[in-house]
Design a protein around this ligand. Structure first.
Ligand SMILES: *Cc1c(COP(=O)(O)O)cnc(C)c1O
Length: 232
């Protein structure tokens, strides 16, 4: 099964559908470094992982010009493993988490780019803020005094459903949230530009609705096998 996956071919097929300014993140969670290297050798430089220690280990093993994107639920006590090198944390879903990222950014003498994750799906299981929680976060004194994080956009996951109209309306909602926040909080911040949405099964719709970062895993690397133990 596994050796029938042609990573190079998959990447070039998907890249052909993505126009600037949108960018492709190759979601390599659970996949061995050989697979990431195959994508790297095909020109891919943005990779997405959802476990802090797995990402740290892969960062150590692979070329240093890779941009590492953290896309999963992030536990506060794991931020320290990725703070020195992470390019963008997509999954800020609380002020408490942002505080920890800010603290670890300071320790590493850097400003860590972050996205606010919104709950746009009807599924209960997905993480994320609602607009009111985001307002509370952005208006807090804690946030205003942070010097080592920079919020550059929003992220969300649509409901996992074959109903394409529903998926489209959820992506459209996230884009509206982005525009609203841009107007009310980030009008002067030129790098507040990112709308991270779209996965293997729904990224074409996400691109039509204004995604700037699509996070595609299985369509590049093949199906994941969750029985293989990973370093969390
Ligand atoms: C795993 C994951 C993806 C990629 O999913 P695929 O179905 O493999 O494309 C995208 N975003 C998040 C947050 C993920 O956890």
């Amino acid at each position: 099964m596994e050796d029938q996956v042609n990573i190079t071919e998959n990447l070039s097929r998907i890249r052909a559908t993505i126009a600037s300014p949108a960018r492709l993140i190759a979601v390599s969670k659970t996949k061995p470094v050989e697979d990431l290297l195959a994508a790297y050798n095909a020109g891919q430089r943005l990779f997405g992982e959802n476990k802090a220690l797995e990402m740290r280990d892969k960062h150590e093993a692979l070329p240093k010009d890779i941009e590492w994107h953290f896309i999963g639920h992030l536990q506060s006590n794991k931020v320290k493993y990725i703070a020195p090198f992470v390019a963008l944390i997509h999954s800020i879903d609380s002020l408490e988490l942002l505080k920890v990222v800010n603290k670890e950014g300071a320790k590493n003498n850097r400003v860590i780019p972050c996205l606010l994750q919104f709950h746009i799906a009807t599924e209960e299981t997905k993480f994320g803020l609602d607009l009111q929680e985001a307002d509370t976060l952005l208006q807090s004194d804690d946030y205003r005094t942070m010097n080592n994080v920079r919020i550059v956009g929003v992220m969300g996951m649509a409901t996992n459903t074959p109903d394409q109209a529903k998926v489209r309306s959820e992506f459209r909602h996230l884009k509206e949230i982005f525009t609203d926040l841009k107007e009310r909080y980030f009008a002067d911040q030129e790098d507040f530009t990112e709308v991270s949405m779209g996965m293997s099964h729904d990224y074409p719709i996400a691109l039509e609705e204004g995604s700037t970062l699509v996070r595609v895993g299985q369509s590049i690397f093949g199906a994941r096998n969750y029985n293989v133990p990973v370093n969390d």
